[in-house]
Design a protein around this ligand. Structure first.
Ligand SMILES: C[S@@+](CC[C@H](N)C(=O)[O-])C[C@H]1O[C@@H](n2cnc3c(N)ncnc32)[C@H](O)[C@@H]1O
Length: 279
């Protein structure tokens, strides 16, 4: 009993910084990020479509899946700055077992108090490879093919994100194109060993439209580091989290290799952080 009378001081784990790839659970990472430290979160969570992710079972009961994500969005709200944005990429579910998951997620995020800014339609231009017609040329049971995904965009607390004029990098033509909410962008063809990476062009639009240079951009389901690579290239700090060590290793290399665009402030290459807490 050498410690008798000495109350052990609770040691809180050090909080996470920026320019990192975190191997760990999304919620564990969010809880280690300082409050009001993230300006923009961009993510695409597992869609519960039984995709073959390394080390994660993408097959939960629907209510349990939504409950889990709602907890993640609650933790995210703490780390966003006032006016911070959250862009959530979500795909329609499969044709036969169709579930309006984008409605469920929208409902949950609004119930948590997020302000909904918009809903972007990402048109993937994939109709050329169409096969599943349902009842061909008959009203009996025809199928609409989801050739699009959504990007649901929210703000925390207020619409405006404060920032300096000098840190704006979007051009007039880019602003005009992006503010039309129908985005025709082909899906990512370079898979890098991951079943569902999103294309850099999609993320570039979100990063330039919704954040300033020098801001911090987070992806708590970061996969192969698309958000981190685009953020670093465009002079933003980044935090990329994934529960798979394999994807984090890919992300670390990809972000390290991302070269800054002309005039972008230099952002450090990633440090790997081993967090654990993977369910
Ligand atoms: C749709 S993918 C994201 C792909 C990413 N946008 C990209 O471009 O590579 C979802 C990711 O969530 C990860 N994941 C699943 N459960 C997780 C958890 N609890 N915490 C953190 N990441 C998790 C999976 O490993 C997978 O890489």
């Amino acid at each position: 009993m050498g410690s008798q009378g000495v109350r052990a001081k609770a040691v809180s784990p050090p909080s996470l910084g920026v320019d990192i790839v975190v191997h760990g659970d999304a919620q564990a990472a969010l809880r280690r990020l300082p409050a009001r430290s993230v300006h923009l979160a961009v993510t695409s969570p597992p869609y519960n479509l039984r995709l073959p992710y390394a080390g994660y079972s993408d097959d939960r009961a629907h209510a349990e899946y939504l409950g889990w994500l709602k907890d993640v969005w609650r933790d995210l709200a703490r780390v966003l700055v006032d006016g911070g944005r959250f862009a959530l990429n979500v795909a329609p579910t499969s044709i036969k077992a169709f579930r309006p998951i984008h409605h469920d997620l929208t409902h949950d995020l609004r119930a948590l108090g997020y302000i909904m800014r918009t809903e972007v339609i990402w048109y993937k231009q994939t109709m050329g490879r169409r096969t599943a017609w349902g009842s061909w040329k008959s009203p009996s049971n025809p199928h609409i093919i989801p050739s699009w995904e959504y990007v649901l965009v929210f703000s925390k607390g207020q619409w405006k994100l404060p920032g300096r004029k000098e840190d704006i990098d979007i051009t007039g033509p880019e602003f005009q194109t992006i503010s039309d909410g129908f985005w025709a962008i082909p899906p990512e063809r370079t898979r890098r060993g991951h079943p569902a990476p999103f294309p850099e062009a999609l993320i570039e639009r979100l990063v330039k439209f919704y954040s300033y240079r020098g801001n911090t951009v987070l992806d708590m389901f970061g996969g192969t580091g698309t958000v981190g690579a685009v953020a670093r290239r465009n002079g933003r700090h980044y935090v990329s989290v994934d529960s798979s060590l394999e994807y984090c290793t890919l992300a670390e290399r990809r972000i390290r290799e991302a070269k800054p665009v002309p005039d972008a402030p230099a952002i450090l290459p990633p440090q790997m952080v081993e967090l654990g807490g993977v369910p």
